[in-house]
Design a protein around this ligand. Sequence first.
Ligand SMILES: *[C@@H]1O[C@H](CO)[C@@H](O)[C@H](O)[C@H]1NC(C)=O
Ligand SMILES: *[C@@H]1O[C@H](CO)[C@@H](O)[C@H](O)[C@H]1NC(C)=O
Ligand SMILES: *[C@@H]1O[C@H](CO)[C@@H](O)[C@H](O)[C@H]1NC(C)=O
Ligand SMILES: *[C@@H]1O[C@H](CO)[C@@H](O)[C@H](O)[C@H]1NC(C)=O
Length: 487
Amino acid sequence: MLRGPSSFLWVPVPPAAALAVALLSSLSHCSFLEPADPVISSLSPYFGTKTRYEDANCGLLRDPEVPRRDPELLEDTCTPLQLVALIRHGTRYPTAKQIRKLRQLHGLLQARRPRDDRADAVGGRDLGAALANWPLWYADWMDGQLVEKGREDMRQLALRLASLFPALFSHENYSRLQLVTSSKHRCVESGVAFLKGLWQHYHPGLPPPDVADMECNPPRINDKLMRFFDHCEKFLTEVEGNDTALYHVEAFKTGPEMQNILKKVAAALQVPFNSLNADLIQVAFFTCSFDLAIKGVKSPWCDVFDTDDAKVLEYLNDLKQYWKRGYGYTINSRSSCTLFQDIFQHLDKAVEQKKRSQPVSSPVILQFGHAETLLPLLSLMGYFKDKEPLTAYNYKEQMHRKFRSGHIVPYASNLIFVLYHCKNAKTLKEEFRVQILLNEKVLPLAHSQETVSLYEDLKNHYKDILQSCNTGEECKLPKVNNTSDEL
Ligand SMILES: *[C@@H]1O[C@H](CO)[C@@H](O)[C@H](O)[C@H]1NC(C)=O
Ligand SMILES: *[C@@H]1O[C@H](CO)[C@@H](O)[C@H](O)[C@H]1NC(C)=O
Ligand SMILES: *[C@@H]1O[C@H](CO)[C@@H](O)[C@H](O)[C@H]1NC(C)=O
Ligand SMILES: *[C@@H]1O[C@H](CO)[C@@H](O)[C@H](O)[C@H]1NC(C)=O
């Protein structure tokens, strides 16, 4: 079952592991747990960063408190020493910008004058009328905030992680838990909901108190760490604030794949073709995902699209992530090296403490951020890199791409580093090992494709980033020499 150096005593798969078989399913498409509506389940795999966690992670057990073991996790000869988890906030409301666009589209539908009544007369459905009458229940104040489903995402994640790593999340270790978060409301609230989930784990049936009374270290806001992209001058100038940096995204919006969808949608909704654009189409697609993720309802917005449309819209979303957060520009990922180093500083410290036979000061470190926090870091580490870049012109060639944000960073996505203290079965020497989990599944290491690595080997693989990447330097803008102009 386990791949790795044979000198090491691997654990036989415990019977309890049978419960976790589903956990091992790959990162590829899920067959959905709920048979639900065929329209919803056929579009759900393409919601990109607006994907529900359970849709990206089909193996989740119904009851998070059922003790669970992942046969790929190390046990017996290894003891978990520390866990550093990077967690994207849970399901959220649309942003104010998305709500404004949705309102614009809704207005368009309400103002439209259907060409004739034949659609109704022949018994066909007037989709435009159904959409015009569908309540627009999103208001400006919601602006990207965490929704109740998002709190539930976090509580459930907490319960599952606590049952996966009972010692690390033991009540005794709870007071040493460290929580760092982005200042965004949805991240702070995600942290709070996670802690409430842990409280539920320790005190089943008791209502959780205020976080202030929860006996752990108070959550700390750190945007330099969790929103490094806002603090990187070079990224802000060359990518974020640069009109041409997302060239491929803009070109794809006006390319043939999108134009086809625009034509189809204009005809189906009976609105003028030139009143629509790719942004409005995208917001209609997102509304299908929001209505599903937030309200758990199947919205008529989903009826606007078929799976082929959904694949194109997923690509549009992925293109943006690729150029703004992924491999598109080196600075996207280099700006995250402080966060990467921070993770290894925690691991280093735990190793040192263990070597000196001291208790680990922080067995659990939780860091709450964004898809924009996780994607650059995963790119820095070399994950989900396709041979060819994603461009406006290779949609077909990229059908089987690795860079699929819906599989990598759905709501509540998480990247977890687990440090183990082990005894080598042959030499009886103590060793430190690491596993990386993405969305609760073991992520094979980039350098070996193994499910586990010696801590030293992992550090060695990433030594360039650990030793030579300095965000201060990386994020500096190239010096413009205008001395000659001044002369
Ligand atoms: C607390 O965490 C450490 C790992 O850092 C672990 O060895 C220890 O068993 C945990 N304590 C309890 C009471 O489970
Ligand atoms: C904006 O992006 C383009 C494309 O990558 C690049 O050539 C240009 O130098 C960038 N502009 C700035 C001001 O960085
Ligand atoms: C370039 O010149 C402008 C105006 O003369 C000056 O304000 C700016 O500081 C100069 N930039 C650099 C990098 O020397
Ligand atoms: C700036 O440009 C001038 C003229 O081209 C050159 O003599 C000078 O060395 C340059 N300064 C720096 C700091 O590169």
